[in-house]
Design a binder for this molecule. Structure first.
Ligand code: AMP
Length: 421
C-alpha cells in the first residue's frame, strides 16, 4: 500500500492546535472590528497576470502556477493585497471613502521551507483605501499594534521608515534609474556589502554612498530623526512626516515605535511610509508584519487611489506567542462524563444534553472504560472536569465532579449541577 505524506512545506493542524489558532484569529478579527474594518474574502486562485502586475516577472518562480483546463494561466495566491485591490477596482471604487477592509486567508509560495517559512501559510491583513492622510497611516499602524497588544504579544519591535528619505538620495544624488530598484532591494535585504560595491556611477560619489549607508543603519526613537536631518543637509519633508506620525501613534498610546530608514520594502508601488514588525524571539524569520502606503489600483486598471495596508504572517504570530509563553487556550472540552455502570448511562446522556444545550462543551465515555482508563482519556482531550455517575450517585440523584487540574472532588445534586458548574 502506498503511504502518502503531505506536500513539503505544508502542515496538518490537530484539534488542540486548531483551537489555539481559532482563538488567536478571533482576537485579531475582533480588533479589526473595533477599528471599523470589515472582513472580505477573495478567491484562493487568480490569474497569474494579476500577481505579475503587482510584483513583477520575478514573482513567477515563487508561484504555484498552472494552466487550467480552459488554458487560462492561473496561480494560487502568494499574498492577498493584489486580490483585495483587484476586488476593490472591480466592485468598490464607487464606495464612500475611506474603504476599510481586512482579510484572513492562506497563501502559497514555492520557497525553501524552514522554521517559520512554509509553502502554505496564512496572512491576516488590512487595507485602508482612499484617504491619503497621515491619520490614515497612523490608524493602520495603530490597528497592527492594537492587534498584537490584544493578543498579549509584547516582545516586538516596530520599525517605521519613509521611502521619501531613500528616494531623495536615490533621485537627487544621481543614481541611474535602473539601479534605483536594485538599491531598494539591497536596502530591503540589508545587503550593505553590495551597496558598498555598487558599480561606478550608480551613486554620484563615495561620500553620498557612505551617507546613504549611515542613514539606512540609523534606528531608534524620535531622536533618530534629528540624526537623519544632519546626514541630509538639514532635512526633508518625509522626516517631518515621520516625526508627526510618531506623535499620532503616541496619542493612540503606542510610544514604542522606532524609526528605521533601512525599511525599504522591495516593491515599487510603495509611495511613502513603510513599516515592519519583528518578533525577535523567532530568530532568522522574525518579521511578523510588513506594510506601508501604496498605490496599486491604477496598476490593475482602476483610478489611482492612495492606500495604506499591511499583512501579518499569522503562523509566525502563533510561533511568537508560544515562544513568549503567552497562554493561548487549547482546551476544547469543558466536561467529560463517565457513567461507571450500565444503569447510569441514560442519566449520563440526559446530563450531557443539558450541558450542551446550556452552551457547555461536553462529551461522555462511549467505550465503557474503567475509571483509570477513562481519566487518562479525559486528560488527553484536555477536559476541565469529569462527572462520574455510579450506583451510589444514581441512588442519591447526584454526581461526583472531579476538577482535573486540582484533583478535587465534590458530590453535587443533579438538580444543582448547572449552577455548580
Ligand atoms: P510579505 O507579503 O512578503 O510582505 O509577507 C508578510 C508577512 O507574511 C511576513 O512578514 C511574514 O510574517 C509572513 N510570511 C511571508 N512569507 C511566509 C512564509 N513562506 N511562511 C510563513 N510566513 C510568511
Amino acid at each position: 500500500m502506498p503511504e502518502f505524506q503531505r506536500p513539503r512545506g505544508t502542515r496538518d493542524f490537530g484539534p488542540a492546535e486548531m483551537a489555539k489558532r481559532r482563538y488567536v484569529e478571533a482576537k485579531m478579527r475582533e480588533t479589526a472590528r473595533l477599528f471599523g474594518f470589515g472582513e472580505v474574502m477573495t478567491p484562493t486562485f487568480e490569474s497569474t497576470e494579476l500577481f505579475v502586475a503587482r510584483s513583477g516577472e520575478g514573482i513567477i518562480e515563487e508561484l504555484y502556477a498552472f494552466e487550467d483546463k480552459g488554458n487560462r494561466k492561473i496561480s494560487l495566491r502568494p499574498e492577498l493585497t493584489a486580490s483585495v485591490m483587484r476586488f476593490y477596482v472591480n466592485e468598490m471604487q464607487n464606495l464612500p471613502k475611506p474603504v476599510k477592509i481586512f482579510y484572513f486567508g492562506n497563501c502559497f509560495r514555492y520557497e525553501r521551507p524552514q522554521a517559520g517559512r512554509y509553502r502554505e501559510f496564512f496572512q491576516l491583513g488590512a487595507e485602508l483605501i482612499g484617504a491619503p492622510s497621515i491619520e490614515s497611516d497612523a490608524e493602520v499602524i495603530a490597528l497592527a499594534l492594537a492587534t498584537l497588544k490584544n493578543l498579549g504579544l509584547e516582545d516586538v519591535v516596530v520599525r517605521i521608515g519613509h521611502l521619501g528619505v531613500l528616494n531623495k538620495f536615490i533621485d537627487e544624488f544621481g543614481v541611474k534609474k535602473d539601479t534605483q530598484i536594485e538599491i531598494r532591494r539591497m536596502i530591503d535585504k540589508q545587503d550593505f556589502e553590495s551597496l558598498n560595491t555598487l558599480p561606478d556611477g550608480a551613486t554620484a560619489n563615495k561620500d553620498v554612498n557612505d551617507r546613504l549607508i549611515k542613514l539606512i543603519r540609523l534606528k531608534g526613537g524620535a531622536e533618530t530623526i534629528q540624526k537623519a536631518r544632519e546626514l541630509m543637509d538639514g532635512g526633508d519633508p518625509s522626516l517631518d512626516y515621520l516625526a508627526d506620525l510618531l506623535d499620532r501613534l503616541n496619542a493612540y498610546g503606542f510610544d514604542n515605535c522606532q524609526v528605521d530608514f533601512g525599511v525599504a520594502r522591495g516593491l515599487d508601488y510603495y509611495t511613502g511610509m513603510v513599516f515592519e514588525i519583528d518578533a525577535p524571539s523567532l530568530g532568522a524569520e522574525k518579521q511578523i508584519c510588513g506594510g506601508g502606503a501604496y498605490t496599486l489600483a491604477d496598476l490593475f486598471g482602476g483610478q489611482e487611489v492612495n492606500s495604506t495596508g499591511y499583512a501579518f504572517g499569522f503562523d509566525r504570530i502563533m510561533l511568537a506567542l508560544e515562544k513568549s509563553g503567552v497562554d493561548v487556550p487549547s482546551q476544547n472540552l469543558e466536561i467529560y462524563i463517565l457513567p461507571i455502570c450500565d444503569e447510569a448511562k441514560i442519566a449520563a446522556i440526559k446530563i450531557l444534553s443539558e450541558l450542551r444545550n446550556a452552551g457547555i462543551s461536553a462529551d461522555m465515555d462511549l467505550m465503557s472504560r474503567n475509571m483509570s482508563k477513562a481519566m487518562k482519556y479525559a486528560n488527553s482531550v484536555g477536559a476541565g472536569k469529569v462527572i462520574i455517575i455510579g450506583e451510589k450517585e444514581l441512588a442519591e440523584k447526584s454526581v461526583t465532579v472531579r476538577d482535573m487540574k486540582t484533583g478535587e472532588q465534590a458530590r453535587v445534586l443533579i438538580s444543582e449541577l448547572n449552577d455548580y458548574l
